[in-house]
Design a protein around this ligand. Structure first.
Ligand SMILES: [Fe+2]
Ligand SMILES: [Fe+2]
Length: 445
C-alpha cells in the first residue's frame, strides 16, 4: 500500500475515534474535536493531489476508493456499524471539505437515526440541511434492492444493527432511544404484510457468536407473522414487534457466564436468569415512547399460557395474546438454534415437540396457526429431492405449502453445490415432492 493509502487509513481511524467519542463524551470534548481536526488535516492533504476520497461499505467490508480493507474493518468497528445501521453504501468527500462539514455534517449524520434521515427525505436533503456541500452520502449500489428477498434482507440487517446499538447503550448504563427500534419494526411489519415468505425465510438465519441479536430479530419476525395471521391490527403488530425485538434486553444485566454456560444451571443461576423479563421491562419503561403493550410482552414472554412460567405476577390475569405470540416464537427460535448447552431440534422436530406443550405452555389455537404460518416444511428443514439432491428450505410457499423455496446444498452425487442455487419447487410429475419427489426449477426471482 502506498503512503497515500496509509494516510487514508489514518483518516478512517480518526473518524472512527470521533464517532466513538460521541458515545463516550459530551459534545465539544477534546477527544472528539481533536479526532475531527486530525481527520480533516489528513483528508485535505490527500485531496491536494486528487479530487475526492471515497469510503464505501461492501458486504460489511470497508472499501477505500477501490481497495477492500479486510484487516482494518474490524478495528474501525464503530464507523462500520454506524454505516451499516444507516445503510450507507458510500461517503464521497470532495476537495474543499471543511472541518465543520466533517464534525457538524458527517459525524452528525452518523449519529442520527434512520427515522430522522427518512423524515428529512434521505441523505442528500439531510446533508443539505446541515449546509454540507463537499460530502455526498449514498445508499449501497445494488440491483438486488428491487427484489422482495433483498428488501427483506435489508430490514433484517438494519434490525440487527438497531438492536446491537440499543444493547450497547444499556451496557454503558444509558437509556436507549426507542426511535430506531420503532422505525425498523415498522419496516418489518410492512415486509410481513407484503413479502411474508422472504422475511420468514430469513428467520432461519442463525449465528452462534451473535446468538442474542439474531435470536431477538428472528423472534420479532416470527411473532409479527403469527400475530398478523391471527388478524391483529397494525398498531398491535408494531407494539408487539418492539416488545419482541427487545424481549431479552434484560439479559444484559445477567452475568454472561451464566447465559453461555455449557451445562445445567444451578438453582441460584436460574434465579438470576428468571429476573431478565422484569429487568427488561424496567429498561423499556425508562425509554421514551414505548407502549404498555410492548412492556407487557417483555415481562410476560416466559409466563406461559398456563401461567406456570416466570416471573410470578401477583394478581395478574392471563398472558396477553401478543405475549403468547412472542412466547411461541421465542421457544421455536431458541430450540432450533445451536447453543453451548443444547443441540438444536430440526424445525419439524421443534414443532412436534412444541405440540406436546399445547394447552400448557402455549395456547392451542395460536400454536396451530404458527405451524400453518411456517408451512409443512419450515425454513431450515433439510430435504432430499427425488433427484437425490439435498436442499434446505429457505422460505415457505403459502400458495402451495408442499412446494417451498429451497437452496441446493449437495448435488445428486453428494458433492457440495458451489454458489447459490435457489428456486421454488414446482410439480413435474404426479408423485410430487420430497423423499421420492419430483422437482423442477421455476427460476422466479
Ligand atoms: Fe427470554
Ligand atoms: Fe428469548
Amino acid at each position: 500500500m502506498s503512503s497515500a493509502d496509509d494516510l487514508a487509513i489514518e483518516v478512517l481511524r480518526h473518524l472512527n475515534l470521533a464517532v466513538k467519542g460521541i458515545n463516550l463524551y459530551p459534545a465539544g470534548h477534546p477527544s472528539i474535536t481533536n479526532s475531527i481536526s486530525e481527520a480533516h488535516k489528513e483528508i485535505s492533504f490527500i485531496l491536494n493531489a486528487r479530487d475526492r476520497l471515497i469510503i464505501g461499505l461492501v458486504e460489511d467490508v470497508l472499501v477505500l476508493d477501490e481497495t477492500p480493507l479486510y484487516t482494518l474493518t474490524g478495528s474501525v468497528q464503530e464507523l462500520v456499524s454506524r454505516m451499516k445501521r444507516l445503510d450507507i453504501g458510500t461517503v464521497t468527500i470532495s476537495r474543499g471539505v471543511t472541518e465543520r462539514e466533517i464534525g457538524g455534517g458527517l459525524l452528525k449524520l452518523l449519529h442520527s437515526d434512520v427515522a430522522d434521515i427518512e423524515r428529512q427525505g434521505g441523505f442528500a436533503p439531510y446533508m443539505n440541511g446541515l449546509g454540507v456541500t463537499h460530502i455526498t452520502v449514498l445508499e449501497p449500489k445494488t440491483e438486488e434492492d428491487k427484489t422482495g428477498a433483498d428488501a427483506a434482507k435489508k430490514v433484517y440487517r438494519k434490525a440487527i444493527e438497531v438492536l446491537k446499538e440499543a444493547m450497547e447503550e444499556v451496557r454503558l448504563g444509558k437509556i436507549p432511544s426507542s426511535t430506531g427500534a420503532k422505525a425498523v419494526i415498522n419496516e418489518m411489519v410492512d415486509q410481513v404484510l407484503e413479502n411474508r415468505s422472504a422475511i420468514l425465510g430469513l428467520s432461519m438465519v442463525k449465528s452462534y457468536d451473535e446468538y442474542t441479536f439474531h435470536h431477538c430479530v428472528n423472534v420479532s419476525i416470527l411473532a409479527i407473522a403469527l400475530a398478523e395471521a391471527m388478524g391483529m391490527p397494525n398498531d398491535v403488530l408494531n407494539d408487539l414487534g418492539v416488545g419482541a425485538i427487545l424481549h431479552d434486553i434484560g439479559k444484559i444485566e445477567t452475568y454472561e457466564g451464566i447465559i453461555k454456560k455449557p451445562g445445567p444451571l444451578t438453582e441460584d443461576e436460574w434465579k438470576e436468569v428468571r429476573k431478565h423479563p422484569a429487568k427488561g421491562a424496567e429498561i423499556l419503561r425508562k425509554m421514551e415512547g414505548i407502549s404498555e403493550l410492548s412492556i407487557r410482552v417483555v415481562i410476560e414472554h416466559h409466563l406461559k399460557y398456563n401461567r406456570q412460567g416466570y416471573p410470578k405476577i401477583e394478581g395478574a390475569g392471563s398472558q396477553s395474546e401478543p405475549s403468547m405470540c412472542v412466547n411461541i416464537a421465542d421457544c421455536y427460535d431458541a430450540i432450533t438454534t445451536l447453543r453451548p448447552y443444547h443441540i438444536p431440534f430440526t424445525p419439524g422436530k421443534a414443532l412436534e415437540y412444541m405440540q406436546t406443550l399445547s394447552g400448557k405452555d402455549f395456547e392451542p389455537h395460536l400454536l396451530e396457526r404458527f405451524i400453518e404460518v411456517l408451512g409443512i416444511y419450515p425454513p431450515g428443514t433439510l430435504v432430499r429431492l427425488n433427484t437425490n439432491e439435498i436442499a434446505i428450505v429457505t422460505a415457505p410457499n403459502p400458495k402451495e405449502p408442499v412446494r417451498p423455496r429451497v437452496r441446493l446444498i449437495f448435488d445428486r452425487l453428494g458433492k457440495k453445490v458451489e454458489g447459490v442455487q435457489e428456486f421454488l419447487l414446482t410439480e413435474t410429475d404426479e408423485n410430487t415432492l420430497y423423499c421420492g419427489s419430483s422437482r423442477s426449477r421455476s427460476q422466479e426471482k
